[in-house]
Ligand binder design. Sequence first.
Ligand code: NAD
Length: 283
Amino acid sequence: MIIDVRSIVLKEKESLKNKVKELNRKGVNPKLAVILANNEESSRIYVSKKRKLCEELGVLEEEYELDETTTTQDVMQIIQKLNADENIHGILVQLPIFKHLDEEKILNSIEPEKDVDGFHPVNLGKLLIGQKAIVSCTPKGIMKIIDSLGETIEGKRAVVVGRSRIVGKPISCLLLNRGATVTVCHSKTKDLKEHTKEADILVVATGKPHLITADMVKKGAIVIDVGINRTKDGIVGDVDTKAVEKIAKYVTPVPGGVGLTTVLSLLENVVEIASHSLDIEDE
Ligand code: NAD
């Protein structure tokens, strides 16, 4: 069965809208700052999607569009200003950034409490040791999809294909923290199928179109396809959905799958941080 991610997102949007209104009533206006430091059309599209969702949910948003003359120091100065601004709850640097900029330095200069993308080492470290952390948006969205199915995670065999900092590693930690037995596969893994065949929950984030075929999937598995690949046939995922659908119990579609929950999770993070500012005032 193809998971209806759109309706999961629709429900979540409503609840988030109400949370924003509640915060507004208490005098808190959740606000996101976005820094765009590249010339790529796809990044502009991602930023405009985020802007639209902010508008829809009543979250304030401001953008800093920087050109090729920008230095790492310039970006860090903007971040420092945003770190100190109590009206800003979340700071996001749209990746990738211009090649001459020091990505690590820039991302690490974001105050961990405003790191809505959850990429800061402090948040990744907290996640690793199972402490409350700002969780990066794609893994957070994946957990939301799995939870919406009403299936338990504890005791399940989970296989994650891909070990990136933004998807593979954090989702592996989240599944592990919820009691799954987790195997992480990657480009150097020998006999991928041997592992994926064992998975009750299979998460695939490789950027390889249709890497996962039906013969690699266990009957009744939950398959989460994170991949977004632009091919001559349009956008496809890392999973051969049509064939896998016949074997798996659930599979996410591409497009209209994990990507939808990713943007929503970003806004959820902003709202959670803004709610936290209220807790501090109450103390
Ligand atoms: P990445 O390039 O940083 O990492 C890819 C990972 O896949 C690596 O760990 C690599 O070892 C592994 N890999 C590559 N080929 C493999 C193979 N043949 N067998 C096993 N493992 C293999 O990518 P990423 O940033 O994690 O993104 C992965 C995909 O997910 C991309 O298509 C990206 O566009 C997509 N993505 C989607 C969302 C979303 O919101 N839906 C968010 C982030 C990334």
